[in-house]
Design a protein around this ligand. Sequence first.
Ligand code: BGP
Length: 481
Amino acid sequence: MSQLTMPKGFLWGSASAAYQIEGAHNIDGKGVSNWDEFVKIPGKTFKETTGEVAVDHYHRFKEDIALMAEMGLKTYRFSIAWTRIFPNGTGEVNQSGVDFYEAVIDECLKYKIEPMVTLYHWDLPQALEEAYGGWESPQAIDAYVNYATYLFNAYKGKVKYWITINEQNIFTGFGWMTAMHPPGKFNDEKTYYQVNHHVFLAHAKAVLAFKEIMPEGKIGASFAYSPSYAIDSRPENGMAKLDHDNLKSFWWMDVYAYGRYPRTALRYLEKQGVAPTITEEDSKTLHVAAQKVDFMGVNYYQTATVEYNPLDGVTPFGEMNTTGKKGTGQVTGVPGVYKNPSNPYLETTDWDWVIDPSGLRFACKEITSRYDLPIIISENGLGAFDKKTTDNKIHDDYRIAYLAAHLKELIKASDEGCEILGYCTWSFTDLLSWLNGYQKRYGFIYVDRDEEGGTLDRYKKDSYYWYKEVIETNGASLSVE
Ligand code: BGP
């Protein structure tokens, strides 16, 4: 039997986000973002790490993109810092910011690397936060659409793939429920759902604007999708899985793909008094935009296991493991609905993230059945402690094993009929993990820096050479039959 590969033209890629790599936080006219401010609050990040310098990609992007080219990368997904384009969120454009990203794009194109641009990867202009509470106000929708439209016009003809919003479920959950991201609100569920509604409208209006400017371009959102399994066949756990999926996954993906909320989840939130206010015009906008979305972007890291959670059970506010000390994360859930216990059949990372390669195939098949949309895996990867040897080698065989296992499942998903356009590992270089400092490494390229600093020199890990071969053979080197 011959070895399976991904389809011709498949976008083998890698991803990053501005705040996590660029540094240069106050250079060349950049405005202040919510993250620039949030990290100053003691205790919010691991060892008080910030992105002020990050891995200095701002000054080293040519070196980094040359390494991508040498590897044979077909696409590079990166985000644009809104504050470099509009330092105050709206108003005057900062030309050096526009030029910086144009230089990044041109550098990619020089090597035939398809640039894939994320418009919003969590770093909101602080000016908008201060003016009206950022996403809490519908005014943020117009500011975002203005910013997005500016970029569509600026880079049309050069950038074909656009991601509107990165992991809306994560930044809103951490921002308004668990206080772990800006604006650091705790258990403000009503605002959380209203904020999400605003972000959906921002996404939808950006999609509509995009299709006017670049009808041939491709656009979608990137969702942090954790497919789920019921812990056993007890009917109450099956029901908990269903409710969990509606509240934790389909609440977002149904809006991107269908332009409407899952009805039973909406009814549940209405009963709780926390459902968003939705006008008829909103519904129309969401619906029309959903018809024009080109793909479902998926950031896949893990699956969830679901069990019924009694009314006096666990809350969404359990400790999260941000130290890398295995076993310190706590079970969370929604009282009266579901909880997410650990899965006895699966291993976890040092940060207690479940390792489940077949979950990636599950995610692709679920999306294909439910939405029949092409898929871009916009993130997948392993955060680990890496060690550089005295002869400057990094033997990350565990990362190779992790990625290989996931890619084998992706190839099977493609063979089973899912239309998968691209796959981006998280991440190309090591970078700042929002809450976990610099010690949680994801890259193919080791960056010599820790929580205190470092030379910022780049070194290829073993996984770099491994992925190069995967790309060269279009996946055949993984030997899936
Ligand atoms: C996703 C984000 C990325 C990245 C990744 C790894 O949620 O989109 O920005 O950070 O997860 O997560 P972490 O850094 O928490 O390990």
